[in-house]
Design a protein around this ligand. Sequence first.
Ligand code: FAD
Length: 452
Amino acid sequence: MTTPTDLTAALSIIVGATHLSTEPDVLAVRSVDWTGRYRGAAAALVRPGSTEEVAAVLRTCRDAGAYVTVQGGRTSLVAGTVPEHGDVLLSTERLTEIGDVDTVERQVRVGAGVTLAQVHSAASAAGLLFGVDLAARDSATIGGMAATNAGGLRTVRYGSMREQIVGLDVVLPDGSVLRRHPRVAMDNTGYDLTSLFVGSEGTLGVITGVDLRLHPVPRHRVTAVCGFDGLAALVRAGRMLREVETIAALELVDGRAAALAAEHLDLAAPVPADWLLLVELAGDIDPTDRLAAALDGVSLCGPPAVGVDSVAQQRLWQLREAMAEVVGMFGPPVKFDISLPLSAVASFASDAAALSEKTAPQSIPLLFGHIGEGNLHLNVLRCDAEQEAALYGPMMELIAAHGGNVSSEHGVGSRKRAYLGMARESGDIAAMRTVKAALDPTGYLNPAVLFD
Ligand SMILES: Cc1cc2nc3c(=O)[nH]c(=O)nc-3n(C[C@H](O)[C@H](O)[C@H](O)COP(=O)(O)OP(=O)(O)OC[C@H]3O[C@@H](n4cnc5c(N)ncnc54)[C@H](O)[C@@H]3O)c2cc1C
């Protein structure tokens, strides 16, 4: 039988002693989620420096009967990196190679531990653009974003991570390596395994490298923040604007969040309103007239704030970018990442506010997110652990009752695994379990994630 000491000694030989830690302080920091709400316990942290080292680590842990939790930037908002079984934490932070940008094929190959901000810089230096962006860009890694099929601020234009991934390297739970790097645009040879691993949340293998699709940079951009008295009117405008050619962003911000930003961050809202909509168009021809035409006839509660240069545009984005800070103002919020039919957004918002008030009378429910896809984040501030326990299930029921999905872009992680049945039929879940069992028969990889 392998003892914990044997295991750490074997892992140390694979990665080198400096890349293995069993220090309680280090493990405690790595065992808590981004929000600080969910905490687990780990036996060791291991930081392999190559695909081959990842493979050897996985084989060794599997043979020792140890559980492994994969960690990228640890920005998961569904507790996807919290170890529940005294796991070995496998961090991708040393997989940071960035290849040359291929400006002809518009691609770049990067290691799984490269951050989103580093990809943006590499693409920009080559005169190109990466199509996914999100507020955790300085920490979130490409491997973690691929594993969760992350969406974000540009999904309305470029789609989510799945649309950006051309190929990848994955270490399977048995330690074998799958490499898919298609050299041609059309490839119908068998199963789309790349897609299978994107969004699998580390349950089927460890992604170690990704080929990313890049895009041309639009020459012109115009940004506006529009104010609305009611959410239904904003949603109507959003439904129309998402169809406008050259749409580049369509973001909802709750007026209550804007008020908190003004009070606590000294950040004035671009327009005074109960609900705000940030809309951006970008293209090779100046889209300012097109935006003006699109907004003509929309019932705004006042003139929009418009930015035609990058300084003004950054100013207009400030409030949306401050949302992570706003929702953390009263301690960790209770987070719901929801996908809703646009027709249900306004009624859900008022029902959710009523439910929050009933369950946690002092709470502040704030809604923001990517309205183009009905992909929204409800954050309930000032809600303690007891109130969270009472609120979480009924809120999930409410989302389902409005025709929504209990997870939109953050994935299932461990926080939502009990609610998988609200999003998928039993036959579907059974097929997913069959895939998991085929690749990871002992279930040692990311054991807390996705399935109950
Ligand atoms: C301020 C803030 C804003 C955010 N905004 C958005 C947003 O707009 N859109 C959005 O989609 N998400 C958003 N998120 C959530 C989060 O950033 C994404 O889920 C991101 O994709 C996670 O990347 P990560 O490297 O931090 O992954 P981690 O949090 O480290 O891991 C996420 C999951 O993927 C697994 N994993 C990590 N790396 C790998 C790998 N290499 N191979 C296999 N499995 C792996 C982990 O085990 C875990 O289950 C936000 C988070 C924060 C804190």
